[in-house]
Design a protein around this ligand. Structure first.
Ligand SMILES: [Mg+2]
Length: 95
């Protein structure tokens, strides 16, 4: 399994010119592909289409991990996690 550092190193090497805005666009595209794949599997019920959903989910996760390459995004996540840590959670939701 690739660890997060390996994914980030691949991203830096493969897309050296990418800005955080470029990567945010990529993340949004992958989310769109994931939703489209879900719509397709609902329509067809095919195992091969379900595998496509799982692949697109992996793309979303990889794209989100690669957002962490950028210091401004690291700050964004750090600040939001500080809020999350202070919240109380029940059944996967905060009060
Ligand atoms: Mg994709």
């Amino acid at each position: 399994m690739n660890d997060i550092d390996e994914i980030l190193a691949w991203h830096k090497q493969t897309f050296p010119e990418f800005s955080s805005r470029n990567q945010e666009t990529k993340l949004n595209e992958e989310i769109g592909e994931y939703h489209a794949a879900i719509d397709t599997v609902i329509e067809t019920g095919l195992q091969s289409d379900l595998e496509k959903v799982r692949e697109e989910l992996a793309d979303v996760i990889i794209a989100a991990i690669n957002m962490m390459r950028y210091p401004e995004i690291q700050t964004l996540v750090k600040d939001k996690m500080a809020i999350n840590l202070k919240r109380t959670w029940k059944d996967g939701r905060h009060n």
